[in-house]
Design a protein around this ligand. Sequence first.
Ligand code: PMP
Length: 456
Amino acid sequence: MSNIDQLRNRIDEITLEMIKLLQSRIEIAKEIGEIKKNLGKGITDETREENLRSKVISVCNEIGLDDSIGTKLLNFLLNESVKVQSTKNQTHLTIFLKAKTLEEQGKNIIHMEVGEPDFQPPTEVKNALEQVYDQGFIKYGQAKGLPQFRAALAKKTAETYGISIDKEKILVSPGARFSVFLAISTLLTPGDEIIVIEPAWPAYKDCTLNAGVKLRAIKTTLENEWEPNMDEIKNAINSNTKMIVLNYPNNPTGKILPTKIQDDIIQLAIKNDLYVLSDEIYSQYCYKDWKSVLLYNYKKSIVTQSFSKSHAMTGFRIGYAIANPEIIDKMAKLQALSLTNVSEPIQFVALQALKADTSNNSNIMKSRLDSLTEKAKEIGLEFVKPDGSMYLFAKVKKDGFDGTKFANDLLEHGLAVAPGEGFGDYRDFIRISACQDKKKLMEGMAILDTILRSKD
Ligand code: PMP
């Protein structure tokens, strides 16, 4: 046998051996998963992972393997364990779908689980829907979006934040969700790491796992007013870390970071050359000072925005990303590949919606949140008063309280709320959304109170 054939055979053998070892590893991970479930433990144990990571790095050094390859393989293996151990957490969407089924059976449900403003979109939207056919915005278009729409978004952004920005920094996407997906999928590669501050909107984690990227969750607590610890963030950064996600005003906590903490995080990101993905779709719902990440003028920031919450246009599926042109180009490539372009009629409608004054939406939401928080205090829920967004993230102080079970019980009594575990390791929390009129919200809180008391 020639030398190359022998070597190739050896490579095959090693590869097959690795596959068998992978199978053994997955089987053991499943067993561990069962034990963790019985113990009520979360899936990821950061300390154990960190220990293993150190061991991998020292073995790499011993044998002369580049440790960035070794740790990327480790991240792949860790993600496979996460996948086999994941029992599907119930999220606000699970409850929403159950509520819909109950409604089909004739039951009345008060929806305090979804983040969907109950307002109508502005009348500009209605008029634009009537005009769009004759206006001829009905064909294929550019992957990055209609040039005049991108220009209008750039102008609006420039005016809002007092910065200079042109349309080359804008990518129109079907909702902010798709921009988040594009950013994570195109800027990161498998084995890279991303830092997400929890509690967090579940899609960051889902997009991360989907891209083969390793999630580093920084847990925050009600007791610390949902402020992340800078040392924890610093310690989570290593050579594979490529991005940090910010979402302020936050879903689900309503938190707006103190400027100093946000400044420090951005400085840390700059120092470590990390992308900053800042999901700012609740920026119109701020009840105290808030600073957009755009104001740092950081070349590796990606800001996502949407018409879903500001203009109550959830069903239109329209949002956008703001970033440097090199980043926009990468994201646009995947957008072109997957959907050609965002629907032209919808872009036209959103362009007209930009003319509307929607500032009153935020006043209404603030006043509803005020009523909600008052009531929540009265019935003994624990929470930090939201600084922004549309939600109250509240802890129920009862031994063994399970937010998921509670959310399912509430459904039977005509109220839908979101279980805390959809946002991370927050089983004793529920998220209450203020997307109904005050009368409905108070009816909902009365149901919540009655059912809570019945469990005393
Ligand atoms: N980001 C956050 C933080 C959200 O809460 C949501 C929707 N609930 C989205 C993005 C998705 O927005 P869109 O409808 O624009 O996709």
